[in-house]
Design a protein. Structure first.
Length: 320
């Protein structure tokens, strides 16, 4: 029986804000300042048209059929769409934030009109609207409701939008097969990856099936690679180096866990590699004999023409 795991994926996606108060929207613009991602509307019709134009259905990954059979026959390590190859991914709407009290169409009615769009739906209530918010939540029309007057509302909203972006990406991750990539889906490794992304100003990352590694980009579009091996993967990598006649210093260092080779753009050691950089392996917290490393990549080591968040923002600025 095959093992299926959803692989790490994160990239910035858009958020839509709808409120009939210009002053309140200006306040939100001061908190959520990225004008490339965050879009603000006072008219429900304009917001609805925008969301319909940006709607991207969640890709269905079939566990049967020709695509699955090809992978089972050894034709690949993953099922699903490769988000890194989609230059429009940053335009997808991960969340919509709507005021309840609006003339003509209230917030609940608006969210009901987009019930078929898969995104996180957040309702903001004022002095009135709490009961309606609870009813809408119980009916599955909204995911979160917050009171506009609460002092912690901006902080709570920022946290909700971060989680909405993560959820949006989780729904779109590839599925690894043949146990490839299983290490990266372990919650302990996911936590390490998220912590590294936050500390290193990495704004996007993508599991790469052919390398069984995670490719990260910072806000300037500079790439790095994250590699994580459990005990079984260490044994496989050590055996590969030995079987291929790799250098003794590498094999001995790997056996002692004093170095971690970076085989990118390959998954394992290849005899024709003239230079193999190494990094210091770092233990994965809470996981005995599992280690990871993070190392910068030269831009030439990454496929040319990939659309990163940095390049997308630059194109958007040139157009506007």
């Amino acid at each position: 029986m095959s093992s299926f795991v959803t692989q790490p994926l994160f990239y910035p996606a858009s958020a839509v804000f709808l409120d009939d108060s210009a002053d309140f929207l200006d306040g939100l613009r001061g908190v959520f300042r990225d004008r490339q991602l965050n879009r603000f509307f006072m008219q429900p019709e304009a917001a609805l048209d925008f969301m319909r134009s940006r709607d991207r259905s969640v890709p269905l990954i079939r566990m049967a059929g020709e695509g699955y059979s090809r992978v089972e026959r050894g034709g690949g390590n993953a099922l699903g769409k490769d988000a890194l190859c989609d230059p429009t991914r940053f335009e997808e709407v991960a969340a919509v934030v709507v005021d309840y009290e609006m003339p003509g169409m209230d917030g609940v009615q608006f969210l009901e009109s987009i019930s078929d769009i898969v995104c996180t739906k957040i309702l903001l209530t004022g002095a009135a609207g709490d009961r309606q918010a609870v009813d809408a939540f119980n009916a599955g029309l909204i995911d979160i409701y917050l009171r506009k007057g609460d002092a912690v509302m901006p902080t709570a909203l920022a946290g909700a939008l971060r989680e909405a972006n993560k959820k949006h990406c989780r729904l779109r991750g590839c599925i690894g097969v043949h146990d490839v990539g299983a290490t990266y889906c372990d919650p302990r490794v996911v936590q390490v990856l998220d912590d590294l992304a936050a500390r290193g100003n990495f704004v996007e990352y993508y599991w790469r099936p052919e390398q069984d590694a995670v490719l990260l980009f910072d806000a300037a579009g500079k790439p790095s690679v994250f590699v994580a091996w459990d005990a079984d993967e260490w044994a496989f990598q050590c055996d590969t180096v030995a079987d291929a006649g790799g250098p003794d210093w590498m094999r001995k260092g790997m056996e002692k866990r004093s170095l971690m080779p970076l085989f990118w753009p390959d998954q394992a050691y290849r005899p024709n590699r003239a230079v193999v950089p190494t990094a210091q392996p770092i233990p994965v917290p809470g996981w005995e004999r599992a280690f990871y490393s993070l190392a910068p990549l030269d831009a030439s080591a990454v496929e040319a023409g990939l659309s990163t968040y940095a390049s997308w923002r630059q194109r958007r600025r040139q157009l506007h």
